[in-house]
Design a protein around this ligand. Structure first.
Ligand SMILES: Nc1nc2c(ncn2[C@@H]2O[C@H](COP(=O)(O)OP(=O)(O)OP(=O)(O)O)[C@@H](O)[C@H]2O)c(=O)[nH]1
Length: 310
C-alpha cells in the first residue's frame, strides 16, 4: 500500500533526466537551473521516503503523497499550457491551480498527522501511567500524582490505606489465573466506585492497592477503610457455577502535613502486616508507639515484613 511514492520518484527523476538532456543541447548549458532541478528532485525523493517511513493511516499517506506530488509537479504544468492556444482555465494559470491544490492537500495531511501524533502521545501517556489489568494508576503514577498535588495537600491531614487481597495465591492455584485477574479487576472497580474523584488510588503491586485520602481525620478514614473492606467481601465471582468470595486486609496510616510518601506507606505496610497476622479481613491502624514497642519486643524489623518501595 505504501509504495505509490515510487511512481512519483521515478517520474520526477525522468523529468530531471529529460531536462538535463534538453539543456545539454542548448548552449550555454544552464548549470544553475539544472542544479536547482536536482535539488528539487532529491528533496522530493526524501519527502516521499519519509512519508513512506511514517506508516501512518492510508488517508494521511495519500494526502501527503498527492499534496507533495502535485506541489512538486505544478511547475511542469506550464508545459501543458503550451499545447493550448488559449488558457484551458480561462484567466487561471493551470500550474498555480495545481500548486494550490497540492498545498491544500499537504496542509490537510500535515494537520491530520499532527492531530494523530497528539492523540498517540496522549494514549502513550495514559498507558505509561495505567495498570492495564485494573485501569488504575500504577505505582509510578501514584508518586507523580502525589507530587503534583503536594500544594493542595499541604497543611491537611490525610490517610494512606494499603490494601491486600487475602490468600490470593490460593485463588490462582484453585481457580486459575483468569479468575485471579477477574478478582483483581472487580476489586479495583469496587474500590474506585467507593472513592472520591480527588482521592488517589493505585494498583501498588500484584494483589495490593494503595489509596490516599486527603483532608480526612483518622476516624473518618477508618470508616472508609471498613466500607471498602466490606464492599470487597460482598463481591462474588462465578467459577463453574460455584460462588467464590474474597476478603481484603487493610493497613491504615493517618498522616499530617507534608508527608514523605515512601516512609508513610512503609508505616501503612506495617499495619497491613499486623492485619494479616491477626487473621486477615480487617483494618489495622498504624500507631507509632505501639508498633515501636512491638518491634522491640520481637526484635526489629520483622523478617516477613514487606517494605513498600517507591
Ligand atoms: N491472577 C493474577 N495473579 C497475580 C497477579 N499479580 C500477582 N499475582 C499473584 O498474587 C499472588 C500473591 O500471593 P502472596 O504474596 O503469597 O499472597 P497471598 O496468597 O494473597 O497471601 P496473603 O497476602 O498472606 O493473604 C501470587 O500467586 C502472584 O502470582 C496478576 O496480575 N494476576
Amino acid at each position: 500500500m505504501y509504495k505509490a511514492q515510487h511512481g512519483i520518484i521515478i517520474l520526477s527523476l525522468l523529468i530531471v533526466v529529460y531536462k538535463g538532456l534538453m539543456h545539454t543541447f542548448i548552449w550555454p548549458v544552464d548549470i544553475v537551473e539544472l542544479a536547482l532541478e536536482l535539488v528539487m528532485v532529491v528533496t522530493c525523493c526524501a519527502v516521499m521516503y519519509y512519508i513512506e517511513q511514517l506508516k501512518s493511516s492510508p488517508r494521511i499517506y495519500w494526502l501527503l503523497l498527492l499534496g507533495s506530488g502535485l506541489y512538486y509537479f505544478s511547475s511542469y504544468f506550464d508545459a501543458l499550457e503550451e499545447f493550448f492556444l488559449e488558457k484551458p482555465l480561462g484567466y487561471l494559470n493551470i500550474a498555480e491551480v495545481v500548486k494550490a491544490v497540492g498545498f491544500i492537500l499537504l496542509f490537510i495531511g500535515i494537520h491530520s498527522l499532527i492531530s494523530r501524533h497528539r492523540l498517540l502521545i496522549k494514549e502513550l501517556k495514559i498507558a505509561a501511567q495505567t495498570d492495564h489489568l485494573t485501569g488504575l494508576l500504577n505505582r509510578r503514577a501514584f508518586f507523580e500524582r502525589m507530587l503534583s498535588n503536594s500544594q493542595v495537600f499541604e497543611n491537611t491531614q490525610g490517610a494512606f490505606l494499603l490494601m491486600d487481597i487475602d490468600h490470593f495465591k490460593g485463588v490462582n492455584d484453585n481457580y486459575g489465573h483468569a479468575l485471579g485477574d477477574t478478582v483483581l479487576a472487580d476489586t479495583a472497580i469496587s474500590l474506585r466506585n467507593s472513592t472520591r474523584e480527588y482521592d488517589i488510588l493505585a494498583r501498588w503491586g500484584g494483589e495490593e492497592f494503595l489509596l490516599y485520602v486527603n483532608d480526612i481525620t483518622q476516624d473518618k478514614a477508618l470508616n472508609i477503610a471498613e466500607q471498602l473492606r466490606r464492599h470487597v467481601e460482598a463481591l462474588s465471582f462465578d467459577y463453574k457455577g460455584e460462588k467464590i468470595h474474597c476478603t481484603m486486609s487493610i493497613g491504615l496510616h493517618s498522616v499530617n502535613v507534608n508527608c514523605n510518601v515512601e516512609l508513610e506507606v512503609a508505616c501503612a505496610d506495617k499495619a497491613l502486616y499486623q492485619a494479616k497476622s491477626q487473621g486477615r479481613n480487617r483494618v489495622i491502624v498504624y500507631n507509632e508507639a505501639e508498633f515501636a514497642a512491638a518491634e522491640q519486643k520481637t526484635g526489629t524489623p520483622n523478617p516477613n515484613h514487606k517494605i513498600a518501595n517507591g
